[in-house]
Design a binder for this molecule. Structure first.
Ligand code: MRU
Length: 346
């Protein structure tokens, strides 16, 4: 294995893999201020719901360390402002808000500047460690759903890069392979930002797992031809009636239902927002340049006329009736979800 490092970690400041550079370049960048971290989140240098949870947590720790404060009260005001600032970076993944709030609450228990800094960093490190533990459980739980020789279709990137380490939906595939099962993967490219082709295909090749790249529009034909045994995706937020995930997930869920293929969602407990319903969630809308250029970094390669009207939602909602099971660190949750989820969450 070539690549085996945490996506985000603390080393005097926040260090993270800049995912916008992959698959061409593997580079770890530093964020020394929360402004730098916010910019990294917005441009998707760090992305994926569980990785954003860690980023939110480390962001509060960073805000506690980035300036010198003479009083605990002054520092507390500063980190509260930082929490507000970071929560305006991306709206859909609930994990980001969970990470910010958890570290903020812990840090506010501190009575001195030193204690606040220590509490914030320890809590952020705990979030990162817990993410890995949870992913390993999700992986081994979910691996029970895969048979030796299965072919899985996946969408977006839910691997190590989308978490602190290991991954959720891709973690399930990795765990199954680690157990000795032979698993092949069809990875949808995931337009417009290509998390599937740039990141999932790259990650799976790093692990030596058989992967075939397809465009999003090819999900139907591979199912129709009987090439897919199951679909596994991740989630940005799971509410009472739907799973929010990368734009295009809903389409794949409908195709899977039509072809009688199990459609699994792998996500940690921190992705659940069970008090809410579909209407309550804000879907991030991104700029037209993501649709007009073949890649936002290649502004010399237009694939649509400049000035065309665009609609670019980053996520969609898959009704829970399309989901065969939710794979979590608390076990595999099956319908009826209105009964099974509250049972498990408590
Ligand atoms: O816009 P992104 O790349 O942050 O979107 C990521 C996804 O939609 C993932 O599928 C989701 O966060 C789950 S990652 C384990």
């Amino acid at each position: 294995m070539v690549y085996d490092v945490r996506t985000i970690f603390w080393d005097g400041c926040i260090k993270l893999i800049d995912q916008t550079l992959l698959p061409d370049r593997f580079e770890i960048i530093s964020c020394e201020s929360i402004e730098e971290l916010a910019a990294a989140i917005k441009r998707l240098a760090i992305r994926g719901a569980p990785a954003l949870e860690a980023a939110g947590g480390y962001g509060i720790a960073l805000s506690a360390h980035e300036k010198d404060f003479s009083s605990a009260e002054g520092l507390k005001e500063h980190i509260k402002k930082a929490a507000k600032f970071l929560s305006f970076t991306r709206p859909t993944a609930i994990n980001l808000f969970y990470g910010i709030q958890r570290v903020l609450d812990k840090a506010l228990e501190g009575e001195s500047v030193v204690e606040i800094k220590e509490l914030a960093l320890n809590e952020a490190e705990k979030i990162a460690d817990e993410d890995i533990e949870r992913n390993k459980i999700i992986g081994s739980d979910g691996a029970r759903l895969l048979n030796d020789g299965d072919t899985v279709l996946t969408y977006c990137n839910t691997g190590s890069l989308a978490t602190v380490y290991w991954g959720t939906a891709l973690g399930v595939i990795r765990s199954a392979v680690e157990e000795g099962k032979e698993i092949s993967v069809y990875a949808c490219e995931t337009r417009p930002l290509n998390q599937g082709s740039r990141l999932t295909a790259w990650e799976l090749m790093q692990y030596g797992i058989d992967v075939t790249l397809i465009t999003d529009s090819m999900a139907g034909i591979v199912m129709q031809k009987g090439l897919i045994d199951s679909v596994i995706v991740g989630a940005d937020r799971i509410v009472r009636d739907a799973v929010f995930n990368k734009i295009g997930t809903y389409t794949v869920s409908v195709l899977a239902k039509e072809h009688g293929i199990p459609f699994y969602v792998a996500a940690p407990s921190t992705t659940f927002d069970w008090e809410k319903t579909m209407e309550d969630v804000v879907i991030e809308e991104r700029g037209s340049e993501e649709l007009i250029y073949c890649h936002i970094k290649c502004k010399d390669c237009k694939i649509a006329p400049e000035g065309v009207k665009t609609y670019n939602p980053a996520f969609d909602s898959t009704p829970l009736e399309n989901v065969t099971a939710l794979i979590t660190e608390m076990g595999i949750i099956k319908p009826p979800y209105d009964k099974s989820v509250p049972e498990v969450l408590k």
